[in-house]
Design a protein around this ligand. Structure first.
Ligand SMILES: [Zn+2]
Ligand SMILES: [Zn+2]
Length: 71
């Protein structure tokens, strides 16, 4: 697979949109994964920690990840 921006061989895939990216065009973006459990006990306990954060997820720099509120 070739890089979306140039014609180099891709080394990574954007975690957000799936575009292939080479090392030179790879950028980082914080990635949030997972959702809360949304059980009654989780609400009373102040939430659950089932979601995770990846600080340097591979990003193409072309797409625009938007933060969404989850429950
Ligand atoms: Zn490239
Ligand atoms: Zn992307």
């Amino acid at each position: 697979m070739k890089c979306f921006t140039c014609d180099d061989d891709a080394r990574a895939v954007c975690k957000f949109c799936g575009r292939a990216i080479c090392l030179a065009h790879r950028k980082c973006h914080v990635l949030f994964l997972g959702y809360g459990k949304k059980t009654p006990s989780a609400i009373f306990d102040g939430g659950s920690n089932t979601g995770i954060t990846v600080q340097d997820a591979s990003w193409c720099g072309k797409c625009t990840p938007e933060h969404q509120k989850t429950y």
